[in-house]
Design a protein around this ligand. Sequence first.
Ligand SMILES: Cc1ncc(COP(=O)(O)O)c(C=O)c1O
Length: 476
Amino acid sequence: MPDPSVGTGQGGAHSSGASPHVSPRHPRLDPLADRYAARTHGMKSSEIRALFSVVSRPEVVSLAGGMPAVTALPLDAVGSMIGELVSGMGAQTLQYGSGQGDPRLRERICDVMALEGITDASPSEVVVTVGSQQGLDLVTRVFVDPGDVILAEAPSYVGALGVFQAAQARVRHVAMDDDGLIPEALEEALLECRARGDRVKFLYTVPNFHNPAGVTLTEARREAIVAIAEQYDLLVIEDNPYGLLGFDKEPMRALRARNADRVVYLGSFSKTFSPGLRVGWVLAPLAVREKLVLATEAQVLCPPSLTQYAVARYLDTQPWREQIKVFTELYRERRDATLESLTALMPPGTTWTKPEGGFYVWLKLPHGLDAKLMQPRAVAAHVAYVPGIGFYADGGGREHMRLSYCYPEPHQIREGVRRLARVIEAELDLHSTFDAVDTGTFRAVSAATARPESSRPAPPPVIGPANSDQSEDRQP
Ligand SMILES: Cc1ncc(COP(=O)(O)O)c(C=O)c1O
C-alpha cells in the first residue's frame, strides 16, 4: 500500500475518486490541524534536512552533512562478523533485550570511556541508547518541563536544539570562543537566570571538536566549568561523540572524569564505528539511570539487540583502536585540505576556526553577508553548506556557516571551497555595488543585516517557550 503521506503530485483530496485517507497536499487542509500537541507547533525541518535533496545531486560538492566516512571500515570483516553473530548466537540476537542494554556491551563501553579518563564508571550506571540522539531525548524528558531553561553554547548542535524545542524548553545561549565555552559567560548566565527566577535545568555542552564550532574546551576551562557547576549546583550534560577523533593529541579528560555527581555523559559509536547501527549510551548516577531506563522502556522498550551485539562483538574481536586511527588520519587529511584551501582562496574578512579533531569548521563571512540569504546562490554554484542560523535558538548566526570535511575527498573539498569563495566574492561585489546606490529600500535591508554584531541590540537572553510564534525562524 502506498504511503499516504508521500505526495505523488496526482490524486490527493481534490482529485475525483481520491481516497479519504490520502493526506491533503496543502497543510492548511490538514483535517487534524487543530489537534496536534502544543509541542509540535515549533517543530520544523532542520537546516540540514532541508538540504538533503540538494546535496545528493552528483554535481554538488556537499560541505553540509556530517556523515562519517564509513567506507574506511573493513566492510567485509564487519559483514562476516555480523553474519556469524546471527548464526552463532542464534535467536538471542533477534529477541527483545533489557531496557538498560546488553550487560557485555555496557562493560565494553566502560573500557571505551576509560580512554578519556573516566575510570570509575560501573556498567550499572550505563544505559544503552539508539544513538546519543536518543540519550539527549531521554535526558531532556527526565529533567525538563515546558518553560524550563537550558543553557547551551552559542552555537549548539542542531539535533539538541530540536530535542529542547520539542520539550518546550527555553534555550539561553552562552558565548564560546576558540577555547570553547567561556566560564565567565556561563557564570553570568546563571546569575541572570537566578535573578529572574528562571529554572535552569542543565548546561548542555560539547567539549571536544564541537559541532558546529570545531573548537575544543581547554584544560583550564574544564576545571573552571566543573567548579562553577559545583558552586551553583548546576547539572552538566556532556555530549561527547567526537572525543576520540583528535588529530594530534591524546584524548582530553572528560568533564565526567572530574565530577561523577554533577555530570551526565553521552557517548556514541556513530563516529568511531558506524552511525547506521545507532548505538550510543548515557552514563549517569544510579538514581538518574533508573529514570532513564523507565523513560527508554516507555519509548522503545529496549534498544535493538542485534546492533548491540554487533558493537560488543566488534569491540571484542576487531582492532577498533587502530580503526579509529585510520579514521583520524583520513579526517586530518580532509581538515588540512579544507584549511589550506580556505587560506588560499577566501576573500579578506572571512574567518574560520581551526579544528584539531572531529568533522567541522565554523566559518564567519565578511561583514554584512548572510549565509542563509546566500545559500541559493551557493547551490546554483554547486556547493552546499549549513547556514549558521540552524545552530542558534535565538535567530543568531546569520554571518556564519558550518563546513563539514568528514565525507568529501580532498580534491572535492578543494573544488567546493573554490566554488564557495567565488560565491562569497560575488556576494561582496553585489553588496558594494548596491551599497553605492542610494536606494531607501536597500538601505533598510542593509541596515538590518550589515551592522556589526557588537552594535546590534542584544537579543533577549532567554528565548521561548520554544513553541511560541517567535521561534518560527530559529528551529534547526
Ligand atoms: C554533538 C552531537 N551530539 C549527538 C549527535 C547524535 O549522534 P548519534 O545519535 O548518531 O549518536 C551528533 C551527530 O552528529 C552530534 O554531532
